[in-house]
Design a protein around this ligand. Structure first.
Ligand code: NDP
Length: 270
């Protein structure tokens, strides 16, 4: 995807006078957020997208952050605006996301983009769910008619990926922390997407032979201190038809889709 996008972006200066411009706002010094923002800058460089990262201290007032967003909304040379989440507690995340111009909302989190997704209208798709469906298709996984189980119902992963799988004609079950006998449900999955944020939570007995397993989780393994997913990879991998690793898999696909969304927003504006 990156090579294809780089090839496309190369022609933009001649065609449109400039390349797409993504602005990432990072508030505070959370190490995970810093590493995500660095990854986004690196991918932008690889694809040829201009990337500006605005770093602000954790103490920034909500008003100041909203002012920065208003300035970026009005700037004709900015195509994508991304506020790295989570934000400090004194800032209203929903208000900040809603303040971003829908046309520059490369994360697809703006309420109007969310509404458009659920109404099957043209919109910017959220990066992680978009990447998951792209990855399934690229791996040749037939989605239509399959029993898909999504573990987790967050606004950024669980719910939108459920909707995208439904749009691909899977039969989708959404599960969460109040689901009774989760293993019974996940064992029925032909496609299992796990996004809960609990290290190695999904064990081999929760997965059926031949299942397609997508692990969205990014956690620290309490035993080794290394990055690990929500799925116990070593135990589940022998049973799965295909499975995504952590690190790797969903994370890099998410960043690729962010690049793609930035290009799409740029082209729509052009
Ligand atoms: P949230 O914390 O917003 O949501 C977690 C969801 O998991 C909730 O719906 C919760 O249920 C459910 N859940 C929690 N515990 C259980 C349990 N024991 N059994 C069943 N369901 C449970 O998380 P996110 O969706 O934001 O993120 C999930 C994971 O994915 C995290 O590790 C995050 O870091 C990672 N992530 C990775 C991305 C990537 O690019 N690779 C992108 C985004 C996230 P309930 O609603 O009932 O509370």
């Amino acid at each position: 995807m990156k090579a294809e996008m780089a090839e496309k972006v190369k022609d933009f200066p001649a065609k449109y006078g400039r390349v797409p411009h993504l602005v990432v706002i990072l508030v505070g010094e959370d190490p995970a957020s810093v590493s995500y923002v660095t990854g986004k800058a690196k991918a932008s460089a690889e694809v040829g997208i201009r990337n500006t990262t605005i770093r602000k201290p954790e103490t920034i007032a909500e008003e100041e952050l909203l002012g920065i967003i208003a300035g970026l909304n009005a700037d004709p040379e900015v195509d994508g605006i991304l506020v790295q989440l989570p934000l400090p507690k004194h800032i209203d995340e929903e208000k900040v996301i809603a303040a971003i111009d829908k046309a520059k909302d490369v994360d697809g989190f703006h309420p109007l983009n969310v509404a458009a997704l659920w109404q099957k209208q043209p919109c910017t798709l959220p990066c992680t769910p978009k990447g998951i469906v792209k990855m399934l298709k690229a791996a040749g996984v037939e989605i239509a008619g399959k029993r898909a189980v999504v573990v987790g119902r967050s606004n950024i992963v669980g719910l939108p990926v459920s909707k995208l799988l439904l749009d691909e004609n899977a039969t989708v079950t959404v599960t969460h922390s109040r689901t009774r006998d989760l293993g019974e449900v996940t064992r029925g999955a032909e496609i299992l997407v796990v996004a809960i944020g609990r290290p190695k939570f999904v064990t081999a007995d929760m997965v059926s032979e031949g299942a397609v397993v997508i692990d969205v989780g990014v956690n620290r393994d309490p035993e080794t201190g290394r990055l690990c997913g929500d799925v116990d990879f070593a135990a589940v991998e022998p049973k799965a038809a295909v499975i995504t690793p952590v690190p790797g898999g969903v994370g890099p696909m998410t960043i690729c889709c962010l690049m793609e969304n930035t290009i799409e927003c740029f082209l729509r504006r052009m």
